[in-house]
Each structure stands twice: as C-alpha cells, then as structure tokens.
Design a binder for this molecule. Structure first.
Ligand SMILES: O=P(O)(O)OC[C@H]1O[C@H](OP(=O)(O)OP(=O)(O)O)[C@H](O)[C@@H]1O
Ligand code: HPA
Ligand SMILES: [Mg+2]
Length: 165
C-alpha cells in the first residue's frame, strides 16, 4: 500500500529525541496521564522518552504488526494490553497511547478500539491516518517513507552531482 514510496525522510537519533521531547512538551500542556500504553515495537522508544519527561512510571505495551519492510500485510495483534491496565482505564485513569507514527491509520484504529477513552499520540503522521491521532509533531506526505534511526546505519552517500568524489 505504501510501496513504492517516492520520497524518504531519514531521522537521526538526535532528531528523534528532539521530536519525542517536543511531543512530551505538547502533551504536558494538555493534561496529566496515569499510564502509557506503547505500541510495540515502534512506539517503545518515544514512549520511553515521553515517560521520562512526564514522570509516568506505569508503562504497558500492546504489540501490533502491520508491515513487512515497506509493504502493508494483514494486521496482527501479537500481545494484548494486560488486564490491570484495562482495569485502570475502566476505572477512569487517563491513558496515553504512544506510537512512532500513524500511516494509513490501521494500527491506530485497532488500538483505539481497545482503549476508547485514551489519548493517542505519535511523533509523525501521514494524511490518511492523521484524523485518528489526538497529538502529533510532524506531518509528512503519504508517499514519504520515514526511516527511523534504529533501522539505519552510517553508509557512503553518492554526491548529488552523480559523479564520484
Ligand atoms: O498507520 P499504519 O498504516 O498502521 O502504520 C503505522 C504502524 O506501522 C509501523 O509498525 P509495524 O507494523 O511496522 O511494526 P513495528 O512497530 O514492530 O515496526 C509503525 O510503527 C506503526 O505502528
Ligand atoms: O513511513 C514509515 N516508516 C517506518 N515504518 C512505517 N510503518 C508504516 N509507515 C512507515
Ligand atoms: Mg508499529
């Protein structure tokens, strides 16, 4: 569904840390949260940064797989939200769901159904999924693939002119 992606948006660790901190600043202005549910795996890193900044100690995971490399496959929930955290939500606790990005919105839709009253936050958003997110930092176009720092390595880059250096 996202292939081929015409543009690429590589994100360094430094940039990702800054953007995740910016997300935490924005969330701090919205209210307080009792627990975070990170959507593993991509949501684990921003969730750790947001948890540190907002001093949230209860951090739960839900594992959802929707992509094989850049191709969207069927959505699979590999680990559900634990009963104690679902109970917290039922008893009125404020839950913050964190993911790295929303693309088509399939993952967000599935996790929102699990926690209907929760606040959904991502660092990046693409237009198709944007409406499913309450708070995000940076929007990129739908035909852009975001490369996260944990998927990258330092490598030679050919000169823009196309020649050799
Ligand atoms: O809005 P969508 O079209 O659902 O795409 C967004 C989801 O896709 C990626 O996860 P992925 O399924 O690749 O698993 P991962 O987090 O383990 O890398 C990303 O981390 C989001 O969770
Ligand atoms: O643009 C993306 N980058 C990384 N993972 C993704 N999963 C869905 N879209 C993306
Ligand atoms: Mg993910």
């Amino acid at each position: 569904m996202n292939n081929p992606n015409e543009k690429s948006f590589p994100v360094s660790w430094d940039q990702f840390h800054r953007d995740s901190r910016a997300l935490a600043w924005r969330l701090a202005g919205i209210g307080s949260f009792d627990a975070i549910v990170a959507i593993a795996r991509g949501g684990l890193v921003p969730a750790a940064i947001v948890a540190r900044e907002l001093n949230i100690r209860t951090v739960e995971t839900v594992a959802v797989k929707s992509y094989d490399h850049q191709s969207q496959s069927g959505i699979k929930v590999l680990k559900e939200i634990s009963a104690p955290v679902l109970d917290l939500a039922r008893n009125g606790a404020k839950i913050l769901i964190v993911d790295d990005l929303v693309d088509t919105g399939s993952t967000a839709r599935v996790v929102r159904e699990m926690l209907p009253g929760a606040h959904f936050a991502t660092v990046y958003a693409k237009p198709k999924g944007r409406e499913l997110v309450d708070t995000f930092i940076t929007e990129v176009s739908q035909d852009t693939w975001i490369f996260f720092p944990w998927d990258l390595d330092v490598a030679y880059a050919a000169p823009i002119s196309g020649g050799t250096d």
